[in-house]
Write a protein that binds this ligand. Structure first.
Ligand code: GLC
Length: 471
């Protein structure tokens, strides 16, 4: 079976969040199955070029037509863990400081999505499955089914579209329908909603199979609260939508082997965790105390991650004997508020406004409690990563958080609150703090949390079943 993943990010080449992690680990796991040829296609961002160009092989250039434009498309290649990575080069589109958030994101990812399809003929590589991810590559599914499906090699390709986060749907003005995206008129109803192009809607309509990243989120997006105007589209297409929980790369996130942390440790011997805690307190200029719990947040600082619950609860939290460490970037209102608070409470709170994988691992390893109070959470990887490092999650019961963390059962692996409000969140944190004060109970919990299986094995099998069914 030949599978081509199309994505706007994959670690280590590019990442702004969970999508990059998934594209690092899922293809690797799928590759374990014999007879699978797994390849990935990514944009060649400035970041990727600066760091990796010497390990990439230039294999040629072609042009990609996008409505009336004919754009240069260089193709680079490398093989990593047995997986072929292709990189689409066009400096005009991708030599930018950020992956997204540019005024012309629609055009940049329309170009990339078109390139995904066009380079198949250049490479003479026609996959059995095109697996596209999120709005940035949603158009590749649309192009495949609307503009290429009459062509010999293309007509047998099946498409899978994964929604990693329904909060980002790729909405653009209707006026770009022909002029920029170059879509065909008879696909207008499938792609547009109201006065807007909605690329995720188009991909849901055209994909042969649609997945999202947890069972609970798959159910949640059937409701208006989660999917808004796309509620009807989700329900009409539900027969082909399934929820497959993400795993994490247990080699990349391993307290036993991670070279980015100060001391390695395992669930059998967690002594090293205390060393990491001291180092972390040092890095964050916090008092070096073994006895005080560290609560950390590693997140995009956006509304749906529940950051307003955290800001509303900060004054109460800061009255407790607790150190708080926050890492992430996002909305300036949250960034500014958190920075201000950390200046006022610099002996208790440290805020790092950045995306930093190495620092994130030091925080996961050195903290005690990991807070993730999301309003919506398709899957969430951070709660699983924190667990691997023995940092006990406190989460809100939604999406993938509900599917991975349980409090009221024999296999308790964290603290869970249901309603989205400060009171419930604080009460869950208090339950964690009470348990923290009982050292034996806490250490047992830490060990148990570290041993939970969050690997990709089961989920990769489910993806393989989905691919096989389509073929
Ligand atoms: C997005 C979602 C997150 C999910 C990740 C990978 O970042 O917000 O919940 O874990 O994608 O699927």
């Amino acid at each position: 079976m030949k599978i081509l993943f199309a994505s706007s990010e994959a670690l280590p080449y590019s990442s702004s969040g969970g999508l990059g992690d998934v594209l690092l680990s899922l293809p690797k796991e799928i590759k374990q199955y014999s007879q699978t040829d797994v390849r990935i296609i990514l944009p060649l961002y400035r970041y990727t070029k600066e760091r990796y160009i010497y390990s990439l092989e230039f294999i040629g250039a072609t042009t990609v037509s996008l409505a009336w434009r004919n754009q240069y498309c260089g193709i680079y290649k490398t093989i990593n863990n047995g997986i072929t990575f292709y990189f689409i080069d066009n400096e005009y589109y991708f030599s930018r400081h950020m992956l997204y958030g540019e005024y012309d994101d629609g055009e940049r990812f329309a170009f990339f999505s078109k390139a995904v399809i066009d380079v198949m003929s250049y490479l003479d590589f026609y996959p059995d499955i095109l697996h596209a991810n999120d709005w940035q590559t949603a158009a590749s599914v649309i192009y495949l089914k609307t503009l290429y499906s009459h062509l010999d090699h293309y007509k047998y390709i099946k498409s899978v579209f994964t929604i990693h986060n329904f909060d980002y749907q790729g909405c653009f003005d209707n006026s770009t329908f022909h002029d920029l995206f170059g879509f065909s008129e008879n696909s207008r109803n499938a792609i547009c909603i109201g006065e807007k192009i909605n690329l995720v809607k188009g991909a849901i309509e055209y994909a042969d199979s649609v997945t999202t990243v947890s069972k609970t989120y798959a159910k949640e997006i059937k409701t208006f609260d989660y999917s808004g105007k796309l509620c009807g589209v989700i329900n009409d297409n539900f027969y082909k939508i399934s929820g497959v929980i993400n795993g994490i790369d247990t080699d990349y996130y391993s307290s036993e082997r991670d070279a980015d942390i100060t001391a390695n440790y395992s669930s059998k011997d967690i002594a090293g965790k205390a060393t990491n805690k001291r180092m972390l307190q040092g890095i964050c200029n916090l008092p070096l105390r073994d006895d005080i719990p560290i609560l950390c947040v590693i997140s995009r600082l956006t509304e749906h991650k529940g950051i307003d619950l955290i800001t509303s609860a900060l004054d109460i939290l800061l009255k407790k004997d607790l150190q708080i460490i926050i890492l992430g970037t996002g909305d300036t209102k949250y960034e500014n508020y958190l920075i201000e608070k950390s200046k006022e409470h610099s002996n208790q709170m440290c805020v790092n406004i950045k995306f930093d994988k190495v620092l994130s691992k030091k925080i996961y390893a050195g903290s005690d409690i990991f807070l993730m109070p999301s309003l919506r959470e398709p899957c969430g990887l951070a709660q699983m990563i924190a667990s691997r490092y023995g940092t006990v999650p406190v989460v809100r019961k939604t999406g993938g958080l509900a599917d991975t963390i349980n409090e009221n059962c024999y296999e308790k692996n964290g603290f869970v609150f249901e309603q989205y409000n400060v009171k419930e969140m604080l009460s869950a944190i208090d339950r964690a703090l009470t348990e923290y004060n009982n050292i034996n109970e806490w250490n047992n919990l830490v060990r148990r949390v570290m041993d939970v299986d969050f690997s990709w094995e089961q989920s990769a099998k489910r993806y393989m079943d989905i691919y096989k069914k389509l073929l």
